[in-house]
Write a protein that binds this ligand. Structure first.
Ligand SMILES: C[S@@+](CC[C@H](N)C(=O)[O-])C[C@H]1O[C@@H](n2cnc3c(N)ncnc32)[C@H](O)[C@@H]1O
Length: 207
């Protein structure tokens, strides 16, 4: 079934999410701390997870990266930083891992930092906000939980705001453009800010 939502002249269309079609995860379900977890999807070589865990010892982050090349660099980085006890680094496809391993209402915060923008019109269903998987991501998120989305693509930020608020029913609680002297949290963010490219940071809250 395809759900349509009319918004002015535009129709936002997203297929239903069918978890039976999602490939099995490579990793087993983690032991979850009582207070719930944070998730980082597509953490690349892992600069942000290490900094975040050091800064927030009270939180627990599962950082997921699917490519072996980037994940190996992340593992080497963890080795040189002493593995923080509040970090679980997972090499997996985040859609498989989250769908098959995480209970509903178990996540407090999700980071999507500089996702691949897939700018072609026909690739709309590869952008996180327009994926059927967003339904699953929303259901593992607790009420009041947040999705932090950063991108250097204005079209992506604008489209994400439209889908996340009008279609998925999130509340936009932060919408800022980062200052060029902001110390980037990820490699991509540092590269864009050094080049004086705009970086948009959006925070969506589940009501
Ligand atoms: C453009 S890079 C950004 C990396 C990092 N967040 C940064 O800002 O430096 C996007 C990353 O997301 C990862 N990724 C994309 N889809 C994924 C998925 N379904 N599961 C896990 N990782 C994924 C890619 O492998 C890639 O490393």
């Amino acid at each position: 079934m395809i759900v349509l939502l009319k918004e002015g002249m535009n129709e936002l269309k997203i297929r239903d999410f069918d978890n039976t079609l999602v490939a099995p995860a490579r990793n087993e379900a983690p032991n979850l701390p009582e207070g719930g977890i944070d998730l980082e999807i597509g953490c690349g070589v892992g600069l942000h997870p290490l900094q975040y865990c050091a800064k927030h010892p009270e939180r627990f982050l599962i950082a997921i990266e699917r490519t072996s090349e980037r994940f190996s660099k992340f593992e080497r980085r963890i080795g040189t930083h002493n593995t923080p006890e509040n970090l679980l680094a997972i090499r997996d496809d985040a859609i498989s891992y989250i769908t098959h391993n995480l209970p509903l209402n178990s996540v407090n915060r999700v980071f999507l930092l500089y996702p691949n923008p897939y700018p072609k019109t026909r690739h709309l269903n590869k952008r996180w906000h327009a994926m059927p998987f967003m339904r699953q991501l929303k259901s593992v998120l607790r009420s009041g939980g947040e999705i932090v989305l950063a991108t250097n693509e204005k079209f992506y930020a604008d489209e994400a705001k439209k889908y996340m608020c009008s279609y998925w029913g999130f509340e936009l609680v932060e919408d800022v453009e980062l200052a060029f002297d902001f110390l980037g949290r990820t490699h991509f963010e540092r590269k864009y800010l050094e080049r004086k490219q705009s970086c948009y940071n959006l925070i969506f809250r589940k009501l």
